[in-house]
Design a protein around this ligand. Structure first.
Ligand SMILES: Nc1ncnc2c1ncn2[C@@H]1O[C@H](COP(=O)(O)OP(=O)(O)OP(=O)(O)O)[C@@H](O)[C@H]1O
Ligand SMILES: [Mg+2]
Length: 273
């Protein structure tokens, strides 16, 4: 099982990226689960006309009552997931949807931030849609940042534009000081190329999703459309998912040999903006 947190800078497309990657996740891996844990509240239930339970709320209830799930067994997210309706193909996407209000997110996020290892019972990869990295998180050690630290990894979705890349530059030392390995996932439009960003910011760029509003509306917004493989966004997501799965093998080895394993959180430093 891999836990893969996806965050965005300024709504660059974290939810769309999580759903796109899940749709084209490499077949040699079990079908992944997308877990919505955006502190601002979830969007997927509304976009796909799904009920809010089962979902993150039922996960939180199970985490609050470990006796119900068996001592030391944790929570199997698949029991709390729903399948996105009518994808017009066989790539079923399993999603644990979140409630829409920030208030309702507080308890589930606090639980996840302390005990991400509870999800170890899920025998598949978990793509966490963590929403935006907020400025307050830098000093405040918010649940989202603690969650990233527990996972030891953050896929940061960023537009290749100067303002967003500057924000990424601020976040890189902050996250790295907390033993969070950062990979950038470029999304939408901007003048900077992958190689230039990687070289200038000294960050690994794991992929690039094209500016493709029509596909984004289908993949992330529940709009009707053609088979996923015909969508440029998903073709790019397939390449990114393959690169990510390859790369995770190395990140996993690094995590095992460092202190940034699930459940161990080290203090953050930095934060000068
Ligand atoms: N690759 C893309 N090409 C074009 N439009 C995109 C792409 N990815 C996302 N979008 C659009 O950008 C908007 C924001 O996307 P999304 O909701 O995925 O971002 P987010 O980072 O999850 O934002 P939020 O912070 O609001 O949760 C949506 O309208 C979505 O359709
Ligand atoms: Mg989102």
């Amino acid at each position: 099982m891999e836990v893969i947190p996806i965050v965005s800078l300024k709504s660059a497309g974290a939810t769309t990226a999580a759903l796109a990657l899940a749709t084209v996740w490499p077949e040699q891996r079990p079908a992944p689960v997308v877990l919505e844990c955006d502190p601002a509240g979830g969007d997927i239930a509304a976009h796909f006309d799904l009920p809010l339970t089962p979902g993150l709320v039922s996960v939180a209830l199970a985490m609050d009552r470990p006796a119900d799930v068996g001592e030391g067994m944790g929570v199997d997210l698949r029991l709390h997931s729903q399948v996105l309706p009518d994808r017009r193909d066989r790539s079923l996407v399993h999603v644990v949807v979140a409630p829409t209000s920030p208030e309702e997110m507080r308890r589930p996020l606090a639980l996840l931030a302390e005990k991400l290892s509870f999800l170890a019972a899920t025998e598949t990869d978990i793509l966490l849609d963590c929403g935006r990295l907020e400025a307050a998180s830098i000093q405040g050690r918010t649940p989202t940042v603690r969650l990233l630290q527990q996972a030891g990894l953050a896929i940061v979705v960023v537009r290749p534009q100067l303002s967003e890349l500057r924000r990424l530059a601020v976040w890189l030392p902050v996250l790295r000081s907390g033993h969070v390995e950062v990979m950038a996932l470029l999304s939408q439009r901007g003048p900077y190329a992958e190689s230039e960003i990687a070289h200038t910011l000294e960050v690994e760029v794991i992929g690039s999703l094209p500016d493709d509003p029509a596909s984004a509306a289908i993949v992330g917004g529940g709009a009707a459309g053609p088979r996923p493989d015909r969508l440029p966004l998903l073709r790019a997501a397939r390449a990114t998912a393959a690169a990510l799965v390859d790369r995770l093998a190395t990140v996993g080895r690094h995590r095992d040999s460092s202190e940034a394993v699930l459940g161990t959180v080290v203090p953050l430093t930095g934060g000068t903006r």
